[in-house]
Design a protein around this ligand. Structure first.
Ligand code: COA
Length: 165
């Protein structure tokens, strides 16, 4: 998944096997230290795939860089290409937001992505997250001359989530 150029199209670079393994280790350490993190998404077994078939991750994290909206809790997602177009990211994200608002008692969850990443923005909109284009920003970890630099910021608050779900 992390080495697939299509999956990684809106990131500065794809990951090789070693980098991907390190990323997975960091996710695991984070999950052991905190109540939240990037959760593995597994397909329910309908008999056509091996049990506990991993298709990607969806979860909560905290940006480690400074922006007008940090510190904050962010929801993010990444699925293997063959599992796009079936609603799995949105379905998993709904469970993550339920957890964030009901268990962690968060007031608000943010999400952001490159303006070019229409699929990711569509997930945010399906979740009921809203964007104020005045909050669009240049990602501080991406070169300003890189077409991926400009990002959209989406937000959803606990009350809106509770009223719509
Ligand atoms: C972002 C990403 C997770 C979105 O995946 P996705 O498949 O477009 O989103 P969903 O899983 O919510 O699926 C929605 C699609 O499934 C369809 N669908 C089919 N059955 C569905 C169902 N039961 N419920 C909801 N949607 C369903 C929807 O109509 C929609 O189709 P469309 O894309 O043709 O409009 C995926 O593109 C990805 O992993 N990208 C690479 C990583 C990335 O960029 N992450 C974001 C970084 S900020």
């Amino acid at each position: 998944m992390n080495s697939d150029p299509e999956v990684m199209r809106y990131f500065p670079q794809a990951l090789d096997r070693v980098q991907s393994g390190l990323f997975a280790d960091l996710i695991q350490i984070g999950l052991e230290e905190k109540e939240h993190g990037l959760w593995a998404v597994e397909l329910r077994n309908d008999g056509s795939l091996p049990p506990a078939h991993f298709i990607g991750f969806v979860g909560l994290s905290e940006p480690t860089w400074d922006a007008p909206f940090t510190p904050c809790i962010e929801i993010g997602w990444r699925l293997s290409r063959s599992f796009w177009g079936r609603g799995f990211a949105t379905e998993a994200a709904k469970h993550v937001l339920d957890f964030g608002f009901q268990v962690l008692k968060l007031n608000e969850v943010l999400s952001f992505t490159s303006l070019l990443n229409a699929r990711s923005m569509a997930v945010m909109e399906r979740l009921g997250m809203t964007r104020d284009i005045r909050e669009d920003f240049d990602h501080p970890k991406v070169e300003t001359n890189n077409e991926l630099c400009r990002h959209a910021l989406y937000r959803i608050g606990d009350k809106k989530w509770a009223n719509s779900n």
